[in-house]
Design a protein around this ligand. Structure first.
Ligand code: CO
Length: 137
């Protein structure tokens, strides 16, 4: 069901510092910071040859990652995102296997404008999983 690794998301306390770290110390290509008010985050993408790293920083009040940063003040890995071709079929299969889809169980429009859902970390070895529907290759 799952396809390619789309991205790994890392919450960072200092977005400019983390961007510079990836760009200058690790020699990666990084995008400009982008505010996503609907999602309560500012993102920077680190573009790697085979995948992306998403640097996440809280935007505005009551960001969904405020608690994560409070519990992990130096930042840390937040979620991994796998691609699926049909998110509704994926949800049906996961629910029938007993996995828990977060929220109301329906896809939302994610940070990249594509349908996404998040799966309960306790069902997947303590890892928050995002599924993103991408067009079939
Ligand atoms: Co993500």
């Amino acid at each position: 069901m799952i396809g390619r690794l789309n991205h790994v998301a890392i919450v960072v306390p200092d977005l400019a510092g983390a961007s510079a770290n990836y760009r200058d110390t690790l020699g990666a290509t990084v995008t400009e910071a982008q505010d996503l008010p609907d999602h309560g985050v500012t993102t920077v993408f680190v573009e790697l040859p085979n995948t992306k790293i998403e640097l996440l920083h809280p935007f505005g009040e009551d960001s969904p990652i405020d608690n994560f940063l409070m519990n992990n003040p130096s930042g840390g890995m937040h979620h991994v995102c796998y691609e699926v071709e049909d998110i509704h079929a994926a949800i049906d299969q996961l629910v029938s296997e007993g996995a828990r889809v977060l929220g109301d169980g329906q896809p939302k429009t994610g940070a990249h404008g594509l349908p996404v859902v998040f799966l309960h970390p306790k069902d997947f070895a303590g890892t928050l999983i995002e599924l993103e529907e991408v067009a079939a290759a």
